[in-house]
Design a protein around this ligand. Sequence first.
Ligand code: EPZ
Length: 434
Amino acid sequence: MEKLVIEGGRPLRGTVRVNGAKNAVLPLLAATLLSEGRCVLRNVPDLFDVRTLLDILREVGLTADWRGPGTVVTRVERHDCSVARYELVSKMRASIYVLGPLLARRGFARVSLPGGCAFGLRPVDLHLKGLRALGAEIGLDHGDIVARAPGGRLRGARVFLGGPMGSSVGATANTLMAACLADGKSVIEGAACEPEIDELAHFLNRMGATIEGIGTPRLVITGVPALGGAAAHVVPDRIEAGTFAIAAGLLPGSDVRIEDLRVDHLSAVFDKLAEAGVEVTVEDDSAVRVRRTGELRPVHVATLPYPAYPTDCQAQLVSMLSLARGISVVTEKIYPDRFHHLAELNRMGADVQKEGPSAIIRGVDRLSGCDVEASDLRAAAALVIAGMAAEGKTTVHKLHHLDRGYERFEERLQALGASIERQGKQAAAARTAA
Ligand code: EPZ
């Protein structure tokens, strides 16, 4: 099995460019199912999750091809298969994004019900609530969601999509895409306001949709008979940018320029890093300089929907705070069980306890390298960050989690001065495939 072997104790220095956002490109790709024309997506990261969704799109009748690095071109060629099967959906939960578009375009969809993941049940009830509000008849059949639009058409409706943890990114995306081809007007109340939803809405409008209220919790959609082709440049990955910034903040002596990001998408992360004593200098709208010059200070933070502190940067911050003098508290308001990285950090010498939805972190003087196991995508990144700060060698196992959301992560960290290399029989194959 592949693993990353890290020798800790080296600062990060230099410049790193941020890739296109995984959590933006996935709904954008799903939205191309709605188009009767040619769609071109640029700045697409080459990630396992992207490859999985491209495989699903091809199975439901699209041509979806890479045209040079970072560019994907899609066109709907056939409508004879509207099934997203278990073998692919089980690799990536966000495959459910094809449900709304298939239903709206073809009047039918069968999508394997996504399972849970390492940090929770990950229900999809709000996705189904939104589509049912648009008139869909939805049942479960042998583990699949089976959805039908009576008479082949969805109808506009008003629906509130807020859930027990607030807004839902996925449910908003699915319902928004379906509403674009529904007959009449729809209103989505309690819509997610993440930047990735804004990008999706603007892309849909370029395809010919009529969406108002973009960036607000109230989206108003006037259905249209058909949507055409469009192009999109995938927005920079705010979570990847936050991951690099936290890594630089953790490693003493680091001085890293992070570019091609959207500074305005990272206010909560940069604010929390500054509070912890990390020097974050905004150089312009798309670049920051992050320096670790002094001691880290403990902080309290809660993860909440955008623009608050993102849950996808929670694990990485816990790694950093494990070396901040004092007691920090990190509370998960989105996924209360998203703490499988704590046990692995404690094996490295951290002192972190879980109290309900909170991690109580008592800063220690040092971490010591050892073998650790990733449980999910962001936990994998958090363990890599901790390994770069630890004394001695850290080996991070179950790297498939990391490769879902970070492209050439170890190579980019190596370029910043980290001692990190990928080992394992597939390592050579991975490089060849890339
Ligand atoms: C998206 O997942 C992201 N994934 C996640 O990033 C991210 O953590 C999450 O949004 C929150 O920001 C993609 O964009 C592909 P939600 P999603 O629906 O859409 C509950 C990563 O690391 N909920 O906004 O699945 C849910 O349990 C991944 O890149 C329901 O109760 O998240 C959670 O508590 C991990 N019912 C809260 O809402 C539903 O039907 C927010 O979930 C749907 C969600």
